[in-house]
Every structure is written in C-alpha cells, then in structure tokens.
Design a protein around this ligand. Structure first.
Ligand code: F6P
Length: 363
C-alpha cells in the first residue's frame, strides 16, 4: 500500500477531526500506511516527532470534538523555499508521497506550489547527498488532495466547507440568547459575526434569526443606508416588537470600501433613534463547540473520498479538491477553485459587487 499523510492548516474548524478520522480509517482499510503531520506545515518543516504514524484507535473518540487534535498553524517557514526543502526531506524520509491537506485557500494554494516544485526539491536533496538515488526515484512525485476546512464558506467549488454549519449553529444559539435579554430591556443589538471577506455566515445567520438588518461585504448598502436602517428598525418597533437585531459580517463595507463596524452601526441607531443599543462581537466562540451532525458527516464523506482520489492518482494527475455539489462528493481541480476564489476577491476589490456574487455562486 501507499504511504500517505494528513494535516490540518490555517484556522481550525469544527468537523476537521471527523475528516482526519475518516482519512486515517479509509487509508488503513485500503492497506495504506497513514501518518499524522502535527501542527500543519510547521510540523512538516520541523519533522521529527511531528510526523507520526496513525492507527485505527488513535482516531477514536474525536468525531465529536471541535478544533483539530493534530494541531494547526499559520506557518511562515513554508512560504520560503528553504522551509519547503526541509518539508520535502522529512516526507521522503518516511516515503510519504501522498498528502491530504485540510485547510482554507491559502493552505491549498501552498500545497499546489509544493507539488509543482517537488521534483526540483528532490533533485536538490539528491545533489546535496541527503537522499539516495533509489529514494529520489521512488519519491519523485507527490500527489495532493485538498479538503476545505473553514467556518467562512468562502471557497469556490464547494457548496459548503467543513465547519460552516456548526459555526452557524453557534451564531444562532448566541443570537437567541441575546434576544431574550434584548426584549426584556427593549434594546437593539448589533452583532458581529466572522467570515473574513465572505458574508455567508452573516447573511444566513440573519435569515435564520429573523434579524432586522444585515451588512455583508459582497453587497454594500446604498449610500443612504443610515436612513434605510433607522426606518426599518422604527417600523419593527412600531408593530409591537420590543427589540432589534442587526447582524454585521466582520468584513462589511460601504460603497466606498470603508468598513462598517458594529460600533458605527450602534452609534447611528443611538444618535438617530435613541434606542438603548449594544454592540456584541461573537468572536472565536463561533469556531468552538462540538461539530454538528452535518459537519461530522461532511468530514467523513470528504475524508473517504480524498483517500479514494489519492489511490487513483498517477504522477501526472493534477491536485484536486473534494467538494460537495448538491449531495454528492465530487473532485474538482484545485487550481480552478483557487483561481475562482481569487477572482471573487478581485471583483470585490474592484467594487464589482454583482460579478463577485455571480462568481461565488455555483458554476
Ligand atoms: O477563517 C476563519 C476565521 O475565523 C475568519 O472568520 C476570521 O476572520 C479569522 O479566521 C480569524 O483568524 P484568527 O483565528 O487567526 O484570529
């Protein structure tokens, strides 16, 4: 069987453990040797104890846990060629030429660079006398499959990323809790949710929590948004409601590209409507807690498909991402997804909001 390794990289997300478990068990089931790489790319560069063989039981009792038991990091060393050379050596030492990378678009782009560079890294190690000719021949290529683990749902090419459903659940629980106190005091609450440059969490949380208003980066409000907002909140109160909920995605901006923050929105409401108004930033609570059934299942299915993809790959195969399309696990070219994700950001930077929304949708 082949030797493969699994690692998690970038921000953690709920359901990553389920994916790790699935890769390990599917790999072992198919007769492979499966390794953990602890601490993401950092562990790959540092080697040693960071790369250890996994076994069936090591992944028991983790499916229900948030975060990632094998650790994650945002790694500087791997961005340098020197770091990648070390990583290559550490993998070759253990005959690992198959990788499952669980992370966001930055981590997956890094994986693609690594794969393209791999033959030249192997050559360099051979020239330096660090590996034998047999090793260099045996490990001349590397195969990579990516799984998207992120609460943001900001990656093009998959309907959902691992962790998004659970983060939404955390947000909804928090908004429900805030609503109880808000209605007692007849207050307005402006709540910031995560998502970096993506408004998915904000938009869907607003729909699911019956919020009055929502600000997201992909759809900056008209320049008179202050009046529109206040009129809407006033209307809600005038029909007998005792509270207001406004959701602000952390990346929300106005038409000029200036941030719309919870503090700005709170002050608009306070100064215009004179409602008792509070701003709440949910923060990393959204990345915590036990994964939902959906994310556990998504991790399971993606992990298993990733191993199947690796088994079928040849040295010529382009790296792929395992994604969910409708209710099916499908393989899509990694670089196509990364390119589309980057195109969305470019459209947003260029204030082409409609194009950004179109690109974000399914192709
Ligand atoms: O990508 C996940 C995410 O939680 C984003 O929503 C957020 O902008 C960012 O990571 C926070 O990063 P950090 O955990 O490094 O503070």
């Amino acid at each position: 069987g082949r030797s493969m390794a699994v690692f998690t990289s970038g921000g953690d997300s709920q359901g990553m453990n389920s994916a790790v478990r699935s890769v390990v068990r599917m790999g072992i089931y198919l007769g492979c040797k499966v390794y953990f790489i602890y601490e993401g790319y950092q562990g790959m560069c540092d080697g040693g104890e960071n790369i250890r063989e996994a076994d069936w039981n090591l992944v028991s009792d983790i499916i229900q846990r948030g975060g990632t038991i094998i650790g994650s990091a945002r790694c500087k060393d791997f961005r340098e060629k020197e770091g990648r050379l070390k990583a290559c050596f550490n993998l070759i030492e253990k005959d690992i030429t198959n990788l499952v990378c669980i992370g966001g678009d930055g981590s997956l782009t890094g994986a693609n660079t690594f794969r393209q560079e791999w033959p030249s890294l192997v050559k360099e190690l051979l020239q330096q006398g660090k590996i034998s000719k047999e090793k260099a021949e045996k490990c001349g290529n590397i195969q990579i499959v990516g799984l998207v683990g992120s609460i943001d749902n900001d990656f093009c090419g998959t309907d959902m990323t691992i962790g998004t459903d659970t983060a939404l659940q955390r947000i909804i629980e928090a908004v429900d809790a805030v609503m109880a106190t808000a209605q007692s005091h007849q207050r307005a609450f402006v709540i910031e949710v995560m998502g970096r440059h993506c408004g998915y969490l904000g938009l869907v949380a607003a729909l699911a929590s019956e919020a009055d208003f929502c600000f997201i980066p992909e759809w900056p409000p008209p320049t008179n948004w202050r009046e529109i907002l206040c009129a809407k909140l006033h209307h809600t109160r005038s029909t007998g409601n005792r509270l207001n909920i406004i959701i602000v995605a952390e990346g929300a901006i106005d038409r000029e590209g200036k941030p719309i923050t919870v503090e700005i929105v709170r002050d608009v409401i306070k100064n215009t409507l004179h409602y008792d108004t509070r701003a709440t930033v949910l923060g990393h609570v959204q990345r915590g807690g036990n994964p939902s059934a959906f994310d556990r299942l998504l991790g399971c299915r993606m992990g298993a498909e990733a191993v199947l993809a690796l088994m079928e790959m040849t040295p010529e195969s382009e790296p792929c991402v395992v994604s969910i399309d409708g209710n099916q696990m499908v393989r899509v070219p990694l670089m196509e997804c990364v390119a589309r994700t980057q195109a969305v950001q470019k459209a947003m930077d260029g204030k082409e909001w409609e194009l950004a929304v179109k690109l974000r949708g399914r192709s």
